[in-house]
Design a protein around this ligand. Structure first.
Ligand SMILES: N[C@@H](CCC(=O)N[C@@H](CS)C(=O)NCC(=O)O)C(=O)O
Length: 340
C-alpha cells in the first residue's frame, strides 16, 4: 500500500515516523559520485512542510540561491494515481497555471508554487519513481528531496542531512561561506539539543496530531509541553538555543514554532497553550522571523492551506480557520535584554 505519514500509526495509536530512504552525501572525496557543482543539484520542497522549509532557509542563509534551484509543490495533496490506488500526495502546478482544483472540487490559488522545471514530473511520487528507475515502493513520497541532475536520482531525502550538506559541501560556491550553522565549538551543545527538540517538538507535534488513541495523544501532548517549557527556560539564558549565534538547531525549531499558533494549536490539538503566551519563545520567534533569509521563506498561505486541506480524515470539509492575531514583525527584546 502507498502510505503517507498519516498512515504510520502503531497498534496503540501512536504516530511512528518512518526512516528516510535516500541517504547519500554530496562531498569532495574522490570515490563520491556526488561531487559539489554549481547548478547540478536541485531542491524539491513544499513551502508548507517544516522539514523542507529548513532546507530552503539553509540555501538562503548560505547564499546558495544561484547554485541550487528550488522547485516548490502545491500545498494541497491530491490523489496521485486515482486509477491505481488511493494514495494522495504532492503535485506540481503547470507552467502559468493560476488555479488548482483539489479532489473535492475546491479551487485554490497557486501562489509560491512552481512546475518541476527540471524533470517535468507532475507529482513528487513520479520523481521518486524516476529516481528508482521504475516503481518506488519503499516509503512515503516526502519533501524535501535533494536531486542530482547528472545521476538523475535523489541524493538524499532526509532534511537533517540535507541541512548539513548545504552548510558544508558547497562553500566554494556559497555567497556566505563564512556562515557556519554547525560550528565546531557548539557541536556538542547542538547534538544534545537535537535529540529532544526533534523527538519532543519537531516530531512531537505530529505525534499529537496523528495520534489515534487518547492514551497516545495524552502522552505526546504532555511530552510536547514539557519540552516547550524547557525551551522557554533555555531562552532565558541565551539569545539562541545553543548560545550567542543562530545555529542549525534554531532553524529546526523555528519551523515548528512558526506553524504552532497558526496551525497546530487547532489542527493537531496542541492547545494547552499558544506560543504567544510564552514570553521568551514569542520574542525568539520574532527575532528569527525578522532575519530576512529566514522570514522570506515563511509562507503562511502555503502552510495553512496544506494542513487544513490535505487530510480529509482530520478535516473532512477542508475549512481553513483564521490566522491568529500575532505580528511576527513587531518589536522583540532578544537583542537588548540581559541573559542570566
Ligand atoms: N524525515 C523527513 C520527513 C519529511 C516529511 O515528513 N515530509 C512530509 C511533509 S511535512 C511529506 O512530504 N509527506 C508526504 C507523505 O507523507 O506522503 C525529513 O525530515 O526530511
Amino acid at each position: 500500500m502507498k502510505q503517507t505519514a498519516l498512515d504510520q500509526i502503531s497498534v496503540k495509536g501512536k504516530f511512528e515516523r518512518k526512516e528516510s530512504q535516500f541517504r547519500n552525501f554530496v562531498g569532495k572525496e574522490e570515490s563520491n559520485k556526488f561531487q559539489p557543482e554549481r547548478n547540478r543539484y536541485h531542491l524539491y520542497i513544499s513551502r508548507a512542510c517544516p522539514w523542507a522549509n529548513r532546507t530552503h532557509q539553509f540555501v538562503n542563509l548560505k547564499g546558495l540561491q544561484d547554485v541550487i534551484q528550488i522547485h516548490s509543490v502545491h500545498p494541497t495533496w491530491r490523489r496521485t494515481r486515482p486509477e491505481e490506488d488511493s494514495h494522495s500526495g504532492w503535485h506540481f502546478v503547470g507552467e502559468g497555471e493560476e488555479e488548482y482544483v483539489d479532489d473535492f472540487g475546491r479551487s485554490h490559488s497557486t501562489q509560491g508554487c512552481t512546475p518541476d522545471r527540471l524533470n517535468g514530473c507532475k507529482t513528487v511520487r513520479e520523481l521518486y519513481d524516476l529516481a528508482a528507475g521504475g516503481t518506488w515502493d519503499k516509503s512515503a513520497f516526502t519533501t524535501p528531496v535533494l536531486w542530482c541532475s547528472k545521476e538523475k536520482t535523489i541524493v538524499n531525502n532526509e532534511s537533517s542531512e540535507i541541512c548539513r550538506m548545504l552548510n558544508n559541501s558547497f562553500n566554494e560556491f556559497a555567497k556566505n561561506k563564512h556562515v557556519d550553522l554547525y560550528p565546531d565549538r557548539l557541536s556538542e551543545k547542538i547534538a544534545e539539543l537535537e535529540g529532544w527538540v526533534y523527538h519532543d517538538i519537531n516530531n512531537g507535534v505530529y505525534k499529537c496530531g496523528f495520534a489515534s488513541s487518547q492514551e497516545a495523544y495524552d502522552e505526546a501532548v504532555g511530552t510536547l509541553f514539557g519540552a516547550l517549557d524547557r525551551v522557554e527556560a533555555v531562552l532565558d539564558k541565551s539569545r539562541y538555543l545553543a548560545g550567542d549565534q543562530i545555529t542549525g538547531i534554531d532553524v529546526w525549531l523555528f519551523n515548528t514554532l512558526i506553524r504552532f499558533d497558526a496551525v497546530y494549536v487547532v489542527y493537531f490539538k496542541t492547545c494547552k497553550k499558544c506560543l504567544r503566551e510564552y514570553h521568551n519563545i514569542l520574542n525568539y520567534l520574532k527575532d528569527l522571523y525578522q532575519v530576512p533569509e529566514i522570514g522570506e521563506t515563511v509562507d503562511f498561505w502555503n502552510i495553512r492551506t496544506h494542513y487544513f486541506t490535505s487530510h480529509p480524515k482530520l478535516n473532512p470539509h477542508g475549512i481553513v480557520p483564521p490566522m491568529p492575531d500575532v505580528d511576527y514583525n513587531s518589536q522583540h527584546d532578544r537583542a537588548t535584554r540581559k541573559y542570566n
